[in-house]
Ligand binder design. Structure first.
Ligand code: UDP
Length: 412
């Protein structure tokens, strides 16, 4: 079964890496990688291919960034002839970015079945472009691989039949688990002046990322959040790898918001977007992470590092109920209060969700292999639909049953 895997952005690369690795182990699968070019530069793309050992794309659409809907239209227009030449049996998309939806729409028009990895997440905030990307991608997908139980419930509520839904776990955590030891050797703490030559950590720091449109493109919101961050930076160093979109917006706010100095060992250390291994180690060693990123909420939960989400909602509720995440909104007083509460306390042990175990890609690829072997759309039986068992705390049992079902379906 030829599978066109379409990616375009930084979080897509993190999600596709374990899937590609797993797919290549199975001779019944023929994965091809298509890079739309939505993120295209060394920091946002090339370094991820290197750090995550992703083979070079088979096809690069080279489209670069464009605003909103025209970016999606561009991807559809460029992908259609590629799909016509490639003739894949399936298009696989990950996440919620414009490349995800663009590829799903191009596949729909070409009549090619779609698998969506990280399906079902919902913030219930239609002002987020990612939310409409998620809803529309799920609506046209044939196989929906879900990372947490809320995703299953959301898809059911939208009328997606159960036999298309597979609760498989979190591929982003597969990448994390595969890379965390290697990341420890990245030397990032020393490079950023946060460790001595031996690599020991001399003092705590906060890690910050901001890039979500609702915050960064809203000058009032950005200004008030930035105010809280600059106050906190008088107490503890804040390392801030700045997303390209955010860099421009901060500049527009004026130089008083653009802190680069580190007087007396505190302040905001603004650096270019970091490579995956560097960033992962910084996350792991941080005293606190503040973010509006989806993936970072999940990674901090898996690492047991406290996270404050600078948004009014999250589409990843399990990071709050089981993980280390607190959604604090955009009010500067609340942000400061919560940050100081975390910094004053000790780190509490987080529960790591059972299917965030580093094996999500294996479970997904089992389903794809079964489909390839069956030669037609598999129907995921109710037994195989493991959400209810997992929420009852029977993840392992359910997983064994799921695997047995896959083997039966594949005739193994
Ligand atoms: N990330 C990185 N370097 C950075 C910032 C983030 O490698 O400077 C990684 C992070 O570890 C995670 C992914 O990028 O794996 C998250 O991407 P992003 O926050 O851009 O997107 P989102 O998850 O919000 O869709």
């Amino acid at each position: 079964m030829r599978i066109a895997c379409v990616v375009g952005t930084r979080p897509n690369f993190v999600k596709i890496a374990p899937l590609l690795r797993e797919m290549r182990r199975h001779r019944v699968l023929d994965p091809l990688l298509v890079h739309t070019g939505q993120h295209y530069d060394a920091n946002m793309s090339d370094s991820f291919f290197r750090d995550l050992e992703i083979p070079p794309p088979d096809v690069s659409l080279g489209m670069g960034q464009a605003p909103g809907a025209s970016e999606i239209e561009n991807i559809v227009a460029r992908l259609e002839p590629v799909l016509a030449r490639m003739r894949p049996d399936m298009v696989l998309v990950v996440g919620d970015v414009n490349s995800t939806l663009g590829a799903a729409l191009a596949a729909t028009r070409a009549g090619i079945p779609i698998a969506h990895v990280e399906a079902g997440l919902r913030s219930f905030d239609r002002s987020m472009p990612e939310e409409t990307n998620r809803i529309l991608t799920d609506a046209v997908s044939d196989l929906l691989f879900v990372s947490e139980p809320s995703g299953v419930r959301n898809l059911q509520a939208e009328g997606i039949p159960d036999d298309r839904i597979v609760l498989a776990g979190n591929v982003m955590i597969d990448s994390l688990r595969a890379s965390v030891d290697k990341a420890a050797g990245s030397g990032v703490l020393r490079d950023l002046g946060l460790a001595d030559m031996s690599g020991a950590l001399p003092r705590p720091y906060v890690l910050l990322t901001l890039h979500r449109q609702g915050l960064v493109e809203n000058p009032g919101a950005l200004q008030s959040v930035w105010g809280a961050i600059t106050v906190l930076a008088r107490q503890i160093p804040i390392v801030f790898p700045v997303h390209p979109r955010t860099q421009n917006r901060l500049r527009e706010l004026g130089s008083e918001f653009y802190v680069t100095s580190e007087a007396e060992g505190v302040g905001i250390k603004m650096v270019a977007p970091l490579g995956y291994l560097q960033f992962l180690h910084l996350e792991r060693m941080a005293r606190l992470v503040m973010t509006d990123s989806g993936g970072v909420q999940e990674e901090t939960s898996a690492l047991g590092v406290p996270c404050l989400t600078l948004r009014e909602n999250t589409e990843r509720p399990m990071t709050v109920t089981e993980g280390t995440n607190t959604v604090v909104g955009l009010d500067p007083d609340r942000i400061l209060r919560e940050a100081r509460r975390v910094l004053a306390g000790s780190r509490s042990a987080a529960t790591i969700p059972p299917l965030w175990d580093g094996h999500a890609a294996r479970r997904i690829v089992e389903v794809l292999c079964a489909r390839a072997a069956a030669g037609s759309a598999i129907r995921c039986t109710r037994d195989h639909f493991i959400a209810s068992s997992w929420t009852a705390g029977l993840g392992e049992v359910a997983m064994a049953r799921h695997t047995a079902n896959q083997r039966a379906l594949a005739g193994m």
